[in-house]
Design a binder for this molecule. Structure first.
Ligand code: CP
Length: 331
């Protein structure tokens, strides 16, 4: 495997193979599988889980890693093409990425959305540029519109919990004081559609998922036997649900307009998941969230501290599935 950028680049059997390998590596560790291999990790944006789980996973397989957080002890990197670099950035990724790739056997990069133009961000111009600059295996550690490592961990978590492939999966918008990127919700919809689930996106007006993301997921659902719909009706969405996947994201109607986004979300603070949201869901319905989560803003304590929440298992599975990806790339 040379690239792990989007779950949609893989067929269902290839995903199932990665999930089986994740399970196998957990049951029967291979502490020398990647001896002598080096993973480079470039974080253009902050992280807790992604950074720690990739370093831990590489070490558990016998390899090593280095971390670059541009501007924090290393040169700040410019990411825009044709930039006149008379500002804070001393180096362009056009030099930085190939140089870093030359020191390692695989590179992971986190590069969030620019957040100004929806159509631009949907094209993933920054990650495409990084892809073209990296002659080593490349892992998407969250790009403008994708987070395949999170999606794979979420798929494994549902398998562990024995959530049926045809179960109802509700991705719900939840409140956050500011606009967050679409990467995780887009990846979650794609993952659940590829898994064959009945996917419902629940969101207030102004926060509809972009048609490009919905169409792509519908294509995956069609071949996996599932469906993908969207609604603003919480009771209808939650009826019979097995999973509520909570996520915060910015307005898509006025994408990039901070003031319009603030106005739209001003009256939406009640979109904080409480136990009452699960009325009508299956009795053992689960609450998923990629983390980090703002307690009592996005999800209430009563849910996060209760038996429905599987958020820490999702985070743990970042380690197990990423070890499978690294093993397929480098072993
Ligand atoms: N879910 C996730 O990617 O967590 P971090 O942002 O902490 O890496």
């Amino acid at each position: 495997m040379r690239r792990f950028i989007d779950l949609a680049d893989f067929n269902r059997d290839q995903i199932l193979d990665l999930l089986a390998l994740a399970r196998a590596l957990q049951d029967k560790p291979e502490p020398r599988a990647l001896a002598g291999k080096i993973l480079g990790l470039v974080f253009l944006n902050p992280s807790l889980r992604t950074l720690a789980s990739f370093q831990a996973g590489m070490a558990r397989l016998g390899g090593s890693s280095f971390v670059i957080t541009p501007g924090q002890g290393t040169w700040q990197l410019e990411t825009h093409l044709n930039a006149i670099m008379n500002g804070a950035a001393a180096e362009h990724i056009r030099e930085g990425i190939p140089v870093l790739a030359s020191y390692c056997d695989a590179l992971g990069v986190r590069a969030f959305a620019d957040g100004r133009s929806l159509n631009e961000d949907l094209r993933e111009p920054l990650f495409e540029m990084i892809d073209g600059l990296c002659d080593k295996p490349l892992i998407n550690m969250e790009s403008a519109m994708n987070h395949p490592c999170q999606a794979l961990a979420d798929w494994r978590t549902m398998d562990e919990l024995k959530v049926p492939a045809r179960a109802k999966f509700v991705l719900s918008w939840v409140y956050h004081p500011k606009a967050l990127p679409l990467a995780v919700p887009a990846a979650a919809v794609q993952m659940a559609a590829m898994r064959g689930m009945e996917v419902v996106v629940l969101r207030p007006d102004g926060f509809a998922m972009p048609p490009q993301i919905m169409d792509k997921a519908r294509l995956a659902a069609a071949s996996a036997g599932g469906s993908v719909t969207e609604t603003g009706d919480r009771a209808a969405a939650m009826a019979g649900a097995s999973v509520l996947y909570a996520k915060e994201w910015g307005t898509t109607l006025y994408y990039g307009d901070t003031e319009a986004d603030s106005r739209l979300r001003a009256d939406l603070s009640q979109w904080c998941v409480r136990e009452s949201w699960f009325t009508g869901a299956l009795p053992d319905a689960k609450l998923m969230h990629c983390l980090p989560v703002r307690r009592n803003v996005a999800v209430a304590d009563e849910v996060l501290d209760g038996p429905r929440a599987v958020v820490k298992r999702e985070a743990f599975n970042r380690l197990t599935v990423q070890m499978a990806v690294l093993h397929r790339m480098l072993a």
